[in-house]
Design a protein around this ligand. Sequence first.
Ligand code: 5AD
Length: 375
Amino acid sequence: MTNRAIELALSKDSLDKTDIVAILSATDRQDLHAIRDRASEVLKQYCGDEVYFRGLVEFSNECVNNCIYCGIRLGNPNVQRYLLSEDDIVASALWCADKGYGSVVLQSGERHDRQFVELVERSVRRIKNESRSERLPSGLGITLCVGEQKREDYERFFAAGAHRYLLRIESSSPELYARIHPANQKWDDRLACLRWLREIGFQVGTGVMIGLPTQTLQHLADDILFFREIDVDMIGMGPYIPHNETPLAADHAEYGWQTEDAYRTALLMIAAARIALKDINIAATTALQALRPLGREEGLNFGANVVMPQLTPMDVRRNYLLYEGKPCLDESAEQCLDCLETRIRSIGRRVGCDAWGDSRHALARGARADTTARS
Ligand code: 5AD
């Protein structure tokens, strides 16, 4: 018999906070299976069984911010900083198109200077132009993940051809956000950025870290309600994993979550987000795999439908360590893709090829999307 509160939550079409907390509290094997099965059912009904790839190019670890959990924070002197050239960024993206994967994510630390903004804009424009082919008539789908920027710069990126943007809120609680960021980084500013991105026309993704010191299941349930309230198209979230050269690692050692709890709760957050928000895209993040070898497959089984294989050139990949134990540091982009395809087939799902793989949620609300895709 499953727990009554969980059973009740799983029978509902619209979850409230109590239902979400019940789901997130599950520890019993049978309860976990019931939640996983319900999330899979909702996924199948609203999204189908395809898994979409986004080739991930971490093109720079230079960062002006000092997030107290992040390994590439400005204040970490042990990081060897790098910035890929425009040609290298474009080449990595085109490699992805050539392999039949319809989307890339360009991710980096945060910079606001003109040189950086122009590099991003030019790279997007070139990737868009140079990736158009018979297979991909609209070119590669481009997702940006380059942090908080001025509204006019977001507009430039959109005009250049990027159509999705990821900006995690990290926590929907302003108090918890303030504990893990320096005072100059404000929760309100991040929220304003999310609103602008949406107004400009991007498909917008956000997300949180799971298992931060002092974070509770109530916080996490509020995160899901926040995603629903701001009507996101995509979610990327994963367990918080300490990095020794950051201030938050000491708090984690003293009163942080157990790894096992963070891992299980991260899977449950994916399931709760799937059940509550239905037709959005949800990523099975690398952080899950950092904690368990089969973490990403489990993420897919709990309701995720996107994975992000590494395309970052191998010589710089070790310098993009947001947390410890990041997997896939030694696999070439080719190996990463092959390995992921095998993993996806092994759990009975299909890889979506030659398509941007937009969330049905974004399509339904008429966002800029790939209308020429075959699948
Ligand atoms: N553990 C897990 N996730 C992290 N991120 C940054 N540092 C860590 C960490 N130590 C996540 C943040 C950020 C994303 C790019 O990586 O949520 O938004």
